[in-house]
Design a protein around this ligand. Structure first.
Ligand code: P6P
Length: 336
């Protein structure tokens, strides 16, 4: 079977939709090439001397894995010379990364979590890269980009995607016209289209949450999970299954493939009041992808893509996945 390459898919998207200019196509191809390089480094494991932690911490106060830093550098180096970006921002960097003056600047902003789920690296569990593309403000070309230029609601995203480095390496991408999935052909080194229109089933009986945080949850979350655990004899009238990979990319990819609901809610701990996951480069891109596949994404009550960001690394509660199940969780919050 002759499958379309990522480039063919992007050219067709460019021809069909005015919202996909050539600059965006170049940007996505560049990020996809960087994800191939990251996946290659990840797959070497101990053989590549890239496992384990560094003595450094990132802006989140998390110990950095060698692969976190390597993945971040791969994305920075791949994207700074191309002329399509005005600046970049990353989970691994405290402030934005401006394009060096020796390179031309473009009109897009790229945000990424270069290696999400890195606590799973050393135990050989799927991890991934998450990225989000915004348009720089129209007056940006004449001035230095500031952090405030990134603080746009997720509804403003031009494109978003993730790469999951698992049994297969896959790239899942939206340009605002549905969601496409590509599988890496390792012999050819090409991302080949394997799903043109990913759609999340509207209903599910599978939830994903870290149960060890139960004592910290707000009452609506506790009531919802209790009702799921009550199964067919409880108010929801059906048995539920549970999954928790502790790698957002892998948990979300399962939901993109067979449905489900992913929850990392804000909780009552001082550290959890705003949630654990980051809005700009985890929640927003995943919310864009999930909504484009017919799912829903809330912070518990409000639509994530409507949230006006206040800070580059701000955190947010996340409830996303099968539309009818996310709506059910919203109703639990409204009962309070
Ligand atoms: P916990 C990984 O560190 C991450 O940011 C997400 O990928 C994942 O969903 C979550 O944190 C796991 O958190 O508290 O279960 O380890």
């Amino acid at each position: 079977m002759n499958r379309k390459t990522l480039t063919q898919y992007l050219v067709e998207q460019q021809r069909t939709h005015q919202t996909v200019p050539a600059e965006v196509r170049l940007l996505i191809e560049t990020v996809a090439r960087a994800c191939k390089a990251i996946g290659h480094a990840v797959s070497k494991g101990a053989l590549g001397g890239v496992l384990g932690s560094l003595d450094s911490e990132n802006v989140q106060g998390e110990v950095q894995k060698k692969l976190d830093v390597l993945s971040n550098e791969i994305l920075l180096e791949a994207n700074e010379w191309g002329g399509h970006l005005a600046a970049m921002a990353s989970e691994e960097m405290e402030t934005l990364h401006r394009i060096p003056n020796r390179y031309p600047k473009g009109e897009y902003l790229l945000l990424f979590d270069p290696l999400d789920g890195s606590s799973n690296i050393d135990v050989n569990v799927s991890i991934g890269t998450i990225f989000s593309v915004l348009h720089a403000p129209h007056d940006a070309p004449g001035r230095d980009i500031e952090e405030s230029d990134f603080l746009q609601p997720g509804s403003q995203q031009v494109a978003a995607g993730y790469a999951v480095y698992g049994p297969q390496s896959m790239l899942v991408l939206t340009l605002g016209n549905g969601v496409a999935a590509f599988t890496l052909d390792r012999e050819m080194g090409s991302w080949l289209l394997t799903e043109e229109n990913l759609t999340i089933p509207e209903d599910t009986s599978e939830f994903a949450i870290n149960m060890s945080n139960m004592r910290h949850w707000e009452p609506p979350v506790k009531r919802y999970i209790d009702d799921c655990l009550a199964g067919s004899t409880g108010p929801l009238g059906k048995d539920y299954n549970m999954r928790w990979i502790a790698s957002m990319v892998a948990d979300v990819h399962r939901i993109m493939t067979r449905g489900g609901i992913f929850m990392y809610p804000r909780d009552e701990r001082p550290s959890g009041k705003k949630g654990k996951l980051r809005l700009m480069y985890e929640a927003n891109p995943m919310a864009f992808i999930v909504e484009q596949a017919g799912g829903a994404a809330l912070d518990g009550e409000a639509r994530i893509l409507d949230v006006k960001p206040q800070a580059l690394h701000q955190r947010i509660g996340v409830v996303l996945g099968s539309k009818n199940e996310v709506e059910r969780v919203r109703r639990y919050h409204q009962e309070d």
